[in-house]
Design a protein around this ligand. Structure first.
Ligand code: PGA
Length: 245
């Protein structure tokens, strides 16, 4: 299982010191097979990298600019910069940025991250309005086909299914619904390109210690993208433990 902590626009240097129990867990032989990735805001990447250097925990950024070169883009950070501070991953297409980025922008960002050999966490998901109108298939198809245009899975692209109505709301899809959507994503990925056949699919959206056991009953869910609950090390550890037992 892969666990990604998405800190969003939270966190300051003091929070890094609170990660000791997670570091301890990651070193335990029982958890040898799990992959842990922390995605703090840009401001903490370097410091977190220093802290986690001797551990198995990796770090990633939450977004990147479409241009992988340096340039006059005030307020932006490119994949080269992300890589330079030790990050191995970058989240692209997160729902909270989809109001700014369309599928074409997202495609450019993925390409820029590939150029820098970063691993990508590509987020897809429908809104509640789209779900109610039975547009989930159509929306996911567009996100996957346009987002991955001219891309083969020659690098490590993880697909995170995050229903937009589930993020930060406490609502999670019912398991039969979730299973149906995960199967749709699997089919669409293969339809897009056979190289995505083995792509790992993660789930994200209001994952917490109470609902995680149910979610991971779906065998094709190979990891979790955890937002709010990942800010609390105790909750994050609980999620990991409950999803493994
Ligand atoms: P949440 O966020 O767990 O707070 O719903 C998930 C995400 O945005 O990746």
């Amino acid at each position: 299982m892969i666990y990604i902590a998405n800190w969003k626009m939270y966190g300051n240097p003091r929070d890094i010191e609170r990660l000791k129990p997670v570091i301890k867990l990651s070193a335990h032989k029982k958890f040898k097979k799990i992959k842990l990735i922390y995605c703090p805001p840009f401001t903490l990447l370097d410091q977190l990298n220093q802290k986690l250097k001797k551990t198995r925990i990796l770090i990633g950024a939450q977004n990147c600019h479409a241009n992988s070169d340096y340039g006059p883009f005030t307020g932006s950070v490119n994949s080269k910069m992300i890589k330079s501070v030790g990050a191995k991953y970058v989240i692209i297409g997160h729902s909270e940025n989809r109001s700014i980025d369309n599928n074409i922008d997202i495609n450019k960002k993925i390409k820029s991250a590939i150029k820098e050999k970063l691993n990508i966490v590509f987020c897809v998901g429908e809104t509640m309005k789209e779900k109610k109108k039975n547009l989930t298939y159509r929306v996911l198809k567009k996100q996957i086909f346009q987002g991955l245009k001219n891309i083969k899975n020659n690098t490590n692209i993880l697909i995170a299914y995050e229903p937009r109505w589930s993020i930060g709301t406490g609502k999670v899809p019912k398991n039969d619904d979730l299973l149906k959507t995960i199967n749709i994503i699997k089919k669409l990925l293969i339809l897009k390109n056979q190289s995505f056949k083995k792509s790992k699919i993660l789930y994200g959206g209001s994952v917490n210690p109470q609902n995680v056991e149910e979610i991971v009953k779906i065998k094709d869910i190979k990891g979790l993208l955890v937002g709010g609950a990942s800010l609390n090390p105790k909750k994050f550890i609980d999620i990991i433990k409950k999803s493994i037992n």
